[in-house]
Design a binder for this molecule. Structure first.
Ligand SMILES: [Zn+2]
Length: 115
């Protein structure tokens, strides 16, 4: 069970991350704007631009997902189940919660998932 201080630390961390992710999303939105065909940048550079655009679109999707997870974690912060592994129910170590507060799995379950 997390103490009030620990929750406050995690809350600050989440708020910082949410802010950073929102900035990231607005940058990526700028980068994924439609490429106008009249942009006289040549065929090759245009293909480059389109490739970069799809990479940025994928990054944008991930960033949006991350933002949803972060906001959900912030809402769940006061619930009893916060900080418990979503798979095995054991409490997640505080250092790990501070690095990735949106994380819902403990170390062993993450490893089990990867393998
Ligand atoms: Zn677990």
């Amino acid at each position: 069970v997390l103490s009030t201080d620990e929750k406050e630390l995690i809350k600050q961390k989440l708020l910082t991350k949410i802010l950073r992710t929102e900035e990231n999303i607005s940058d990526l939105k700028e980068l994924t704007k439609p490429i106008s065909p009249e942009n006289a940048i040549g065929r090759i550079s245009r293909m480059d631009a389109i490739n970069n655009k799809s990479v940025n679109e994928a990054t944008l999707r991930n960033a949006k997902q991350k933002l949803v997870q972060l906001e959900r974690s912030l809402m769940e912060l006061d619930s009893d189940s916060f900080g418990l592994c979503g798979y095995c129910g054991k409490s997640i170590e505080l250092p790990k919660l501070l690095v990735m507060p949106e994380n819902k799995l403990c170390v062993s379950c993450v490893k089990a998932k990867i393998n």
